[in-house]
Design a protein around this ligand. Sequence first.
Ligand SMILES: [Zn+2]
Length: 80
Amino acid sequence: MTPQASTEPETTECAEKARLLREYQIAVADFSRAVQLLLERSGVMRKTEYLQIRDYSEKARLLSETARKELDLHTADHGC
Ligand SMILES: [Zn+2]
């Protein structure tokens, strides 16, 4: 294991990386919105509503994990 070189300036020149990052960001934002909703509505929502939002948040979480993995794969592959 060698430490990662940090001499290269951070750039977002790779369009694919920028796209993957945006996807990741959207998925994470979606997930956090769902969790926020669960928090705000806890105590006042019906069980079915709770389950719906919880399912949605779980899907968003999985999406964000997939997006992060794709981003990791791309940056490892591409070296960007
Ligand atoms: Zn790239």
